[in-house]
Design a protein around this ligand. Sequence first.
Ligand code: BGC
Length: 734
Amino acid sequence: MSNETNQTVQIGGNSITLNDLIGKMTLDEKIAQLIQLAVPFYEGAEDAGLITGPMESLGITEDTVRNSGSVLGMAGAKDVINVQRTHLENNRLGIPLLMMADIVHGFKTIFPVPLAIGCSWDLPLAELSAEIAAKEAAVSGVHVTYAPMVDLVRDPRWGRVMESTGEDPYLNAEFARAFVRGFQGTDLAGDYDRVAACVKHFAAYGAGEAGRDYNTVDLSERQLREFYLPGYKAALDEGCEMVMTSFNTVDGIPATGNSNLMRKLLREEWGFDGILISDWGAVKELIAHGIAADETEAAAKALKAGVDIEMMTSCYAKNLADLVAKNEIDEALIDEAVMRILTLKKKLGLFENPYRAANPEREKEIVFCDDHRAASFELALKSCVLLKNESVLPLQSGQKIAVIGPFAQSGDLLGPWSWTGSHDAVVRLADSIKNKLSQPSSLLVAAGCDIESSTEEQWQEARAAAEAADVIVLALGEHSDMSGEAGCRANIQLPTVQLELIRKLKALNKPMVAVLFNGRPLDLHGVYDEADAILEAWFPGSEGGNAVAELLFGGANPSGRLTMSFPYSVGQVPVYYNAFNTGRPQGAADAQVRYVSQYLDIPNEPLLPFGFGLSYTEYDYSEASISSDTMTAEQPLTVTVKLTNSGKVAGEETVQLYVRDISGEVVRPVKELKDFRKVLLQPGETQEIEFTLTESQLRYYHSDLQHFSDAGEFLAFVGPNSKQTTALSFKLVK
Ligand code: BGC
C-alpha cells in the first residue's frame, strides 16, 4: 500500500519503520489492533488502568484486550494516562492505544446540536465550536472524535436528524469541511490541541425508510451521488482521517459488508487510505441483516469489504486467525488494516508521546472555561430560529412574565450526544429571564406539566402564574431521549400534555411566546396558530438559557434560518425544498382540478420552508440583476441584489442563491442552493450583495453517472429563503 510503510517511529528509544514493526507482530497481535472495546473493559482506570471488563460475554481473552489497538469512549486526563501507562507496560511491542470518543457538539462546553449549528449558516463559528471541542477533548486524553456526522436528512421522524446539518447537500458539505478543519486543524502531529475526525455514517444512513433508525436504505446511485455522498466527500477532501460505516443497507447490501461502497467507491475511486471503522456492533449485525450465516462469515465479509476496526463485537477477534489459517482471508488484508491504524498513531504523535495532550492540570484550566462558554453562547444566539412573531417580541424588561412549561427550569438543554457535558452547569431559562427583568419579582415560574405527564396541581400553578402576568413564555419541547440514536417518533407533534397546556393557557387571552427545545423539525399543529410568537431554540447547549433570554429581550436579533423544512404534518414526510416538480405539479396554468400531484386534505408545501427564519427587523430585497443572459464555461455570471435593513434594529440576514436547470438530461430539483452570504446591516443601511455563478456550479450527475453541465435555459433565484425568491433567467452556452 501507501508510502507510509517506510515511516519511522520511536519505540523505547529505538527507531523502527512501521513496516518492520508490523513484521515483528504476531498474527494475534495484529488482529488485536483491529478490535475496539468500550470503557467498561478498562475499568479501574482511576487506580491502575487494569483490564476488568466482561470479556467472557464477548468470548475473548485478556490478552486480546491487552493488545487491542484502541478504546471507545474514554475521556478524562487522569484515567487516560493510567490506562495508556498500564497498556504500554503490558504491551510486548510498546504500541500505544488510540482513544476514540463521540465528541459531537462539544466536550464539557456543549454547543447547540448540529442541526441547530446548521441553522446558524455560520461556518466560521461552526469551525470554532469544533476547535474548542477538540481542545477540551484532547486535554482530557481523547485522540479521535466520531464526528462530523454528515448524513443528509429529509425525514424528521428519524431521531438522528439533530446530528446532521440538514437537507441540503451543498450546505452539509460546507459544514462538513468546517467541522473537520475545526477538529483537526492543519497539523495533527504538531498541534496536540486538535483531534483526528471520523466522518460518519458511510453511507446514506439518513435515508432510512419511514424515518426508522437502522432501517433499509435503497437509493438510485444517482440520488446517492448527488445528494447523500457530497458531505462525506467534502470531509475527506478536507483531510478527515477516518470514516465510520453505517448500520443500513445500501442497494441491498449492509454498508458494513459492502465492497462496492467501501473498496470500490471510498478506497479506489476516492483514494481514501485512512482507517475505516465499523459502527457499534455493525459487523456482527451482518448476521441479522441476512448476509452472513455466523460471526465467521461476518468477519470475513467486513474485512474483505474494507472495515479495518470492528467496534464492540468480537467477530474479528474470534475468527480472523482461523480464516487466515484456512486461506479464506489473505493476511495482507490484516496487515493493511494494521498499517492504517499505526499510521494514524504516528500522525498523532503517539509513539513519541503516548499521553499526547492529556494533562490533568491543564484540563482544569481549559475545560469549560469562560472563553469556551462565550463561544457556545454566541453560537446558540445564531442557531435559534424565530418562526413567528406577531408583535409580541422582543419582551420588555418592565413586563411581568410568567415562564411556564417543562423546560422553564430544565437542565435538559444539551441534547443527545452530550455525555461529557455537565447538566448541572446548564443555565436554566427562568434564571436567565430573571436576570433580564428590571424587577426580579416580576418573574413567575411554573412547570404547568412535565414533558409527557401532568397533574391538576401543576395546571393550577401555571394558571395562577399566567393570570398574574403580562406575557407568557411557554418553554416546551422534547426531552433529549426523544431524539438522537433510537429516538424515532411516528408522531412528531409536541407531547399531548404540552398541547393541552397551550390550549388551556390560550383561553386566558394573554400574549403567549412559545420557546421550543427539541431535536427535530416538529409538526406544529396546536402551537403555530395558538402562540403569538415562536422561537425554535433546539437543544442550545451549555449557555442555552442565557442565549434564549438574550434573544427574547432583543439584546440580540434572531438570525437563524432553517436547514430542514418543518412539515405541515407528518403525512407529507419526507418533504424537502430541493425536490422534483412531477409531471403534474400543483398550481400549473393548465392543471386539472383533481389529477395533480397533491393531497386532498393538506397542502403540498411544508409549514416552514428551508432557509426560513424571521428577525426583529425588516430586510428589503430590491433590484436583483444578472450581469448577462448568457454564461459560458469561461465567462461566469454575477447575480447582484441590493439589501436594505428597513427596520429599527441591526440584524444579520442570510441572502440565499438558488438555481434551477429548466431542461436537464435527467430531472433537476425545482431549486438547489448554490451559495449564500451572511450580511450584518445597521438600521437604514443598504448593501449590494454579489454572487458569482460559474458553469461548475451547474454540473450534476447524468444518467451515465458522469458529472457535467447541460447547455440551455436556467433560472437563478435570490431571496431570504427557498420559497420567497426573485427569479432571473440565463442560458448556458457551450
Ligand atoms: C452510533 C455512532 C457512534 C457509536 C460509538 C453508535 O451507536 O451510531 O454514531 O459513533 O455508537 O459511540
